[in-house]
Design a protein around this ligand. Sequence first.
Ligand code: G6P
Length: 370
Amino acid sequence: EQIEKGGYEHFMLKEIFEQPKSIHDTMRGRLLVDEGVIKMAGIWDHVEKFKNANRIIIIACGTSWHAGLIGEYLIEEYARIPVEVEYASEFRYRNPIITDKDVVIAISQSGETADTMAALKLAKEKGAFIYGICNVVDSSIARITDAGSYTHAGPEIGVASTKAFTAQLTILTLIAFKLGKHNGNLGNADFMSLIAELDAIPKKIEDVLSSTHELVQNIAKDFVGVQNFLYLGRGYNYPAALEGALKLKEISYIHAEGYPAAEMKHGPIALIDENMPIVIIAPKKGHYDKIVSNVQEIKARKGKVIAVVNRGDQQVSEMADYVIEIPETSECFSPIVASVPLQLLAYYIAVYRGANVDQPRNLAKSVTVE
Ligand code: G6P
């Protein structure tokens, strides 16, 4: 096992550090920047199904569901196809309206999650075209779907998903750009600049890992004893906030809640005092001014702000108690980049609390029962 961990203390840390490679592997052979092409046989062979779909329904559980939420932002923005995202466990039992004009995408690292599998079977029975985004090759979900794209993240051993999540985001980004280019909603110049930027993401993740690792480790030390955490973000980073909170909850057993930053005033603001740490994802591109006012509201109530911002940021950084800098990207890529320091934060807080990071209590890597 020590050998498999490649010198890292836990599989989770190894998998966090593998992300430049896992994202790169997921794009390899698909993203051909010089030719200005995204090659995805699963999509291309059925492109008319997607193009003519009434809507796309994404079903998933856990972290994969968070990836699905970001998929909704991506596909609606770039391909202009309506998307709904559902928990598989809710979808399967609520007698959903599904027709043969719907495309259902299941996202699952393991490809074995019982609720996701059952929801897919239901969609198939009702005539939908079903597509899988799985990490495990030849898994049950990969086998029953009409088509799909594998995330090539490699085996993920840590129960808390990290590299599978960013690989799922990579696939969803490729799908959104491919469909948008095909149906004319994403113009060629924008397509070219977006794919060049996507190609550079593994390098940016490398940069984030080396520039924030030690810093985040130190920040974590100050939060070992807390009982609650809030994570806030807007737009694409709202689901990133949900995922940041889930990571912390899963492995450190600290209660953490992710929220869309603007919704804070409808509830969570009541909890804010000097004992409440709040992680704010605030990159320059994407509702930055609005986030600035959210941070002002938090500071007025003495909340402790840990801000994830772009390098050179001033307004949020001046108010924040802790600042984690990440490189700038287009808004649609920011959840991939911002997730990395949040994974590290959850990891180190859990390690300092003495928790079993790779195998948290009560959780399973793959939930094959209801
Ligand atoms: C479990 C795992 C999570 C995962 C979820 C969905 O809860 O602990 O990490 O996100 O199942 O799993 P899947 O394999 O379908 O992505």
